[in-house]
Design a protein. Sequence first.
Length: 74
Amino acid sequence: MAQDNFAQRFMRATGKLRVVFGPANRSALDHEMTEENKALLIQREAETRQWETVTRPDGSSYVVSRNPEDHSLR
């Protein structure tokens, strides 16, 4: 057990909490993206590019359409 990384030790220590809150995802983060995920990522990035974040002087922010003539969601 001396070779366990921090995540494995943490998961073992919090086992009873996972019964209540559900299991954590233990898959690798360095796997290849599937074609479906690549297409979804491209779609989400295109959706994101149509919006712009505006920050007020008080520090609060809101999102507006980059195209002022687009009133589809207003």
